[in-house]
Design a binder for this molecule. Structure first.
Ligand SMILES: C[S@@+](CC[C@H](N)C(=O)[O-])C[C@H]1O[C@@H](n2cnc3c(N)ncnc32)[C@H](O)[C@@H]1O
Length: 156
């Protein structure tokens, strides 16, 4: 939740969205956001930030340009599926930051940075990937999705 909020408060983004699978964790994050609503820029929180309880495999990411995956606890099989999804859905040039490596031909490892997290006593490596080229069929799908994004509509 912190990252979702921080991005919206510090940068000019159209929206900042967090997705969490476990109901209890989502509820804790939502309660924290609610308690901030009256203190920190309520209209910005209202219009730019969403916290959703759900499975990221069921979420359309084709309008997303920067993704952060807190992936330390994800199983290898999940990471593979996620890399595939990001590779298929994200627009070209999108940036993916992840704590564990993602293997897909559509994601190019750009660099790594070491950041101090709220957990751990030493900085953690964050891997940065760029969504690279794609097939012609995917390109056409993306162009359609981008047109819908610019109209403020989610792709079907
Ligand atoms: C390291 S914890 C991060 C907790 C918290 N969401 C945060 O970012 O600070 C990783 C989280 O990923 C969530 N997760 C695992 N698989 C997921 C999925 N398919 N969709 C959404 N969240 C998932 C887990 O429930 C877990 O809470």
């Amino acid at each position: 939740m912190k990252a979702v909020l921080q991005v919206a408060l510090l940068h000019r983004v159209r929206s900042s969205r967090g997705i969490e699978l476990i109901r209890h964790r989502h509820a804790v994050a939502s309660a924290a956001l609610d308690s901030l609503r009256d203190k920190a820029a309520p209209s910005l929180i209202e219009s730019h930030i969403s916290l959703e309880e759900g499975n990221f495999f069921h979420v359309d990411l084709s309008c997303s340009t920067i993704i952060y995956v807190n992936s330390l606890a994800l199983a290898n099989e999940t990471l593979l599926r996620l890399a595939e999804k990001l590779s298929n859905e994200l627009p070209r040039g999108a940036l993916v930051a992840t704590l564990k490596a993602l293997e897909s031909p559509g994601l190019a490892h750009e660099s790594s940075v070491y950041l101090q997290m709220t957990f751990g006593s030493v900085p953690t490596r964050v891997l940065l990937y760029i969504r690279t080229g794609r097939s012609r069929a995917t390109l056409l799908r993306k162009l359609k999705a981008r047109a819908l994004c610019s109209l403020g509509r989610a792709p079907a």
